[in-house]
Design a protein around this ligand. Structure first.
Ligand SMILES: *Cc1c(COP(=O)(O)O)cnc(C)c1O
Length: 571
């Protein structure tokens, strides 16, 4: 679709993110960060925000995951073709890497909002005619684990290439570049050049969101690597802000050269302020795009009850007024849908009658996917004839711990089945399509991270929207959600007023899980009315935990946009 000159003139926001999950089948995401970016641009388009998105185009994506006979993760590169929705940008720009000119082109993908508003996304690629072979591979795969060199080069393309491309396409009125995580911080280098070396002007144009409460999670590069790829093109003025004990820290740069900074949940804001005491760091709690994540049966119920709910999600506050039988039927439809799918993809077939606990997300070690098996015989006794488990998730190809967890789930699953008849299954290749089925088709959504390692988390919000209560450690968004409405699910372990919470003791947390399952969750499930009451309370959380509310907060606090028609920058 044609992007008109007037749309370009009116575009005030450049959103730069290493991952944007625009579609389940377009491999531009690995997990929560990408899904959040996708939900952000979907809501921004619905709200007619004057935004354009920048991401990379990964010709072989993240990876396709499957399991071998030992329950070990195996990976394949993804082969994919551009759909008709993509349009190639005619003229490449060039950026300087290792003293050579590298051509960067882009594929344009339009996100269309509810009223028809177009939000263009440009996916940058070096797979361009005229580039040498080694250059063409630079944007090959997301989080390429082969080298730090590859990573820094991808981040140069994203940050520097992103700003340059927007300029070359005629987006001349961008007031705010929103760097979604430190991956995009090299944008500062290009802005610094564009604004004639005026650091204050650079700062004035940038909004920075951090997503990682774990110090080791922040992107750092050796200065020698920076020298190697930038040669003389890294301004000393910029470099000094990134200095982290001799390393180049992308988060430092984002924090130092931005006019507004935020974490992605209340607790995460608090932690970020402790990590960066010299800066003001606000928080804006994440959300999900409700129309994207609502299952069909629930969409029907909501639309019948509140015809305008998409535009006014806060109406879901009144979920308690929904009809019990409607909720029951809708959930059963989702559950059958999931279990039918599962039966076609596994040898151990789940049972519709049992409480189905779901756990799916990236298999990073801090998420502790296997803590539920801490005392496997106790678990077996509690769950026998009552509860079954369904898992999914990818481990980063270089993350041995995550891979070990996947194997452990397979092995423990066999033990539980042999000894207690308890079924534990793990589905291959977690992506947004599978996520849709899991978050709506399970009865309960489990999350067990180490406390204060989960910046926000969003899969639990998707579950809640679809009437699936959360059973989770009080971290990230759930610390807020559970306080807002303790009937929306169950907590695992203490909240942040208990100093011991930080210990993340496996014995203590596992004991909470077993006690709560046995004494509260199973008995509540056996009482239909009581369970449906819980489901409705879960749904009510979606009134707040959605990206419409979130994007409006960004507009007001971070972008300084005033809601008129069209939105106006108010400085
Ligand atoms: C929502 C989603 C995530 C994020 O899950 P968390 O539990 O927040 O980590 C990751 N991957 C996919 C495919 C998702 O849909």
């Amino acid at each position: 679709m044609e992007i008109t000159e007037s749309l370009k003139e009116n575009t005030l926001l450049g959103y730069i993110s290493m991952e944007i999950a625009v579609d389940s089948n377009i491999p531009t995401y690995s997990g929560g960060l990408g899904v959040l970016s996708g939900d952000t641009v979907r809501s921004a388009a619905d709200l007619e925000l004057p935004m354009v998105g920048i991401c990379l185009c990964y010709s072989s994506g993240y990876f396709y995951q499957f399991f071998n006979e030992y329950g070990e993760q195996k990976e394949r590169e993804i082969e994919w073709n551009f759909f008709y929705e993509f349009e190639k940008v005619p003229k490449p720009i060039t950026i300087n890497i290792e003293g050579k000119d590298v051509k960067v082109s882009a594929w344009q993908y339009n996100v269309i909002g509810q009223s028809g508003h177009i939000l263009p996304i440009y996916l940058l690629t070096t797979d361009v005619e005229g580039n040498e072979e080694w250059m063409k591979k630079m944007t090959g795969s997301l989080y390429d684990s082969t080298s730090r060199w590859n990573r820094i080069v991808q981040e140069m393309i994203l940050g520097i290439g992103g700003v340059k491309l927007l300029k070359s396409l005629g987006y001349n009125n961008i007031q705010t570049y929103h760097l979604n995580e430190g991956h995009g911080s090299f944008a500062m280098v290009e802005l610094f050049n564009m604004l004639n070396g005026d650091i204050e002007k650079v700062k004035d144009k940038v909004v920075f969101t951090t997503h990682t409460p774990v110090p080791a999670g922040h992107d750092r590069f050796d200065q020698s690597l920076v020298d190697k790829v930038f040669k003389s093109t890294m301004p000393a003025e910029i470099r000094k802000y990134a200095d982290d004990n001799g390393q180049f820290n992308m988060t430092f740069l984002g924090m130092a050269l931005s006019r507004y900074r935020n974490g992605v949940a209340k607790k995460h804001g608090e932690i970020s302020r402790k990590m960066f005491p010299q800066y003001e760091v606000d928080y804006i709690t994440n959300g999900i795009h409700l129309p994207f994540w609502v299952s069909k049966p629930f969409r029907k119920i909501f639309s019948r009850k509140w015809p305008n709910w998409r535009a006014n999600p806060h109406i879901l506050e009144n979920a308690i007024e929904l009809d019990d039988l409607d909720i029951f039927d809708a959930h059963i439809e989702n559950k059958f849908n999931l279990i039918n799918y599962q039966k076609g993809h596994s040898w151990n077939l789940l049972d519709e009658e049992l409480i189905t606990v779901g756990f799916a997300r990236r298999f990073a070690a801090y998420k502790r996917a296997v803590i539920i098996f801490h005392d496997v015989d106790r678990l077996g006794k509690i769950c026998k004839n009552n509860v079954q488990f369904i898992f999914a998730g990818k481990a980063h190809p270089k993350d041995q711990m995550g891979k070990d967890y996947i194997k452990e789930i397979h092995e423990t699953g066999e033990y539980l089945y042999d000894n207690y008849g308890v079924k534990v299954v793990m589905m291959e290749n977690y992506n947004m399509d599978l996520a849709h089925m899991l978050i709506s088709g399970c009865d309960m959504w489990l999350n067990t991270p180490n406390r204060y390692h989960e910046a926000s988390g969003t899969s639990g919000m998707k579950a809640a929207l679809n009437g699936v209560p959360n059973f989770s450690v009080l971290d990230g968004w759930w610390l807020e959600g559970y306080k807002m409405n303790p009937l929306a699910g169950w907590a695992i372990g203490p909240d942040d007023s208990d100093p011991k919470a930080m210990e993340n003791n496996w014995d203590v947390d596992a004991n909470y899980i077993y006690k709560t399952l046995e004494n509260e969750i199973i008995p509540t499930y056996m009482n239909h009315d009581e369970w449906i009451f819980r489901q409705k309370n879960a749904i009510s959380l979606a009134a707040y935990f959605n990206t419409h509310r979130m994007v409006e907060e960004y507009a007001e606090k971070a972008y300084k946009l005033k809601r008129q028609k069209p939105w106006k920058f108010v400085g």
